[in-house]
Structure formats: C-alpha cells, structure tokens
Design a protein around this ligand. Structure first.
Ligand code: NAP
Length: 236
C-alpha cells in the first residue's frame, strides 16, 4: 500500500498505540479517519493531527463498528485500509476471573475488530488492507491472562482464515503481535493487577515497523526475544 494518499481508518485512535500509528501515517501523507468511543478525547486527538474527521463506535455494539467503517468511507470517498488498535485487558487466575470479564474481553478484543473487518471487506477494493493489533499472547498465552490471551488468539485465528479468503481478491491482512510496550495499557486493566512485565520494547521502533509493514503489504509483525518488532512479508 502506498501510504501517501492512502485513506486509512484508525479505530482506537485515542489509545497510545492508535494515536502513534495515526500520527506516523498522517505524517507520511495518509488521509486519516479516526474512530473512538469518547467524543471529547477523539476530538482532541483529531485536532492534534490537523483536523482529521472522526467517527464514534463502542466495541460492545457491533452495529456501531460497521457503521463507523461506512461513515469513514463516506469521508474520503472510500477506504484503502482499516486498522484496529483498541483493546482491553484483565489479570487474574482463570478460576478467579468472572464470566462477565471473560465476555468483556472477547467482545472488545475479538468480536468488535471482526465486526470492523466484516464491514471493511465490503468497502475495500483490490489492494486494500485490514490490520489488527493482537499481541504475543496470541501465540504464547500467559498465566494470569487466560481470557486476554484467548481473546487475542481468537482474533488471530479469525484473521488467519480471512487472510486466505481475501488473498484472491487482493486484500491484505496484517496482524501485529506486539510484545510488551510501555503504554500504561496494563495499568488500565478492567480487573486485576498486572504481574511483573518483561522489559518494554522500543515503542517508536514498534510503531514504525507497523507502518513499514503496511507499506510493504506484509502479513505479520512479530516481536523477537529482545522485544524488537519486525515484519514478515508472508505468514509461514
Ligand atoms: N501496550 C502493550 O504492551 C500492548 C502489547 C500488545 C498488544 N497491545 C494491544 O494494543 C492495543 C492498544 O493498546 P494501548 O497500549 O495503546 O493501550 P491504551 O492506550 O489503553 O489504548 C486502548 C484503546 O482501546 C480503546 N477501548 C477500550 N475499550 C473500548 C471499548 N469498549 N470501545 C471502544 N474502544 C475501547 C480505548 O479507548 P478510550 O481512549 O476511550 O479508553 C483506547 O483507545 C490493545 O488491543 C492491546 O491489547 C498492547
């Protein structure tokens, strides 16, 4: 995907990763639409990025995710990429985490991104991209994070199947399996307290790697044992 001039919807643009991705994409000439659940925070973010258009959604309402995609497509006469960077985490041993928290994580981390992408598949043309931030837990589930890990690997499985469905239509699917980054995400858990975290990776480099992966139509961003993000053109 050529970043300059690409019409990109960033869902979760009020988050630390979403905001940084939007900033780098915008700086490289993408035409952004920012999506989030909180109008005030979203407006502030859009102003910081030179007045990008905004659309509201709530991850609990799949209809609002699909509506956000269609509204975003209306802003620039179509879309070239839809990127989800929102999510939620909870900590605690599996037996102590309530059903309500497990449902919350599955709704926000798996079902809502899938709702965005279902709508995106009807809007994107050949060469379009859907991209999601999952996490290393999608391939290495962690104790104390069973439901978070399960929600991320559910989305990873969905993306893996859709990637193969979408290839013949020339639509790219990028999954981003970041390791720990120092964004404060763990401190905003909806339940429980974070265990000691590994050393955080280089945030700026991680964000830059995602933008480079989008530019290269790559399929996966992984994180090495040193916490450094790198991309793979094709999933093995
Ligand atoms: N930080 C890490 O170490 C790390 C590592 C791997 C993967 N990730 C993934 O990266 C993504 C972003 O994380 P971050 O580090 O940027 O954390 P963050 O700053 O806390 O961002 C979380 C984003 O999710 C949004 N969100 C949460 N619940 C929502 C809901 N019900 N409806 C709509 N939006 C909702 C938040 O909106 P508000 O601004 O309105 O709260 C915010 O925009 C998450 O999916 C996370 O799992 C993070």
């Amino acid at each position: 995907m050529k970043i300059e001039g690409a019409r990109v919807l960033v869902a979760g643009a009020t988050g630390v990763i979403g905001a940084a991705l939007a900033a780098e994409l915008g700086a490289r000439g993408a035409h952004l639409v920012l999506a989030g659940r909180n109008e005030e925070r979203l407006t502030r973010r859009a102003q910081a990025l030179g007045g990008a258009p905004t659309v509201l959604f709530d991850a609990y309402a799949p209809d609002s995710c699909a509506r956000a995609v269609h509204a975003a497509a209306g802003e620039h006469g179509g879309l070239d990429a839809v990127l989800t960077a929102f999510g939620s985490v909870a900590f605690g041993k599996a037996g102590a985490v309530g059903d309500d928290i497990a449902e919350h994580l599955m709704a926000v981390n798996a079902l809502a991104p899938a709702a965005f992408f279902r709508a995106a598949l009807s809007v994107l043309g050949t060469g379009g991209t859907i991209a999601a931030i999952t996490g290393v837990v999608a391939e290495r589930p962690q104790p104390g994070m069973a439901d978070y890990s399960a929600s991320k690997s559910a989305l990873a499985a969905w993306l893996g199947a859709v990637r193969r469905e979408a290839r013949p239509a020339g639509i790219h699917v990028l999954e981003v399996r970041f390791g720990h980054l120092d964004t404060g995400f763990a401190d905003r858990a909806v339940a429980g307290h974070p265990p000691p975290m590994p050393q955080a990776g280089d945030f700026g480099a991680a964000v830059h790697t995602v933008v480079e992966a989008l530019a290269a139509d790559a399929e996966m961003v992984r994180t090495d044992s040193q916490g450094i993000a790198f991309f793979e053109p094709r999933v093995r």
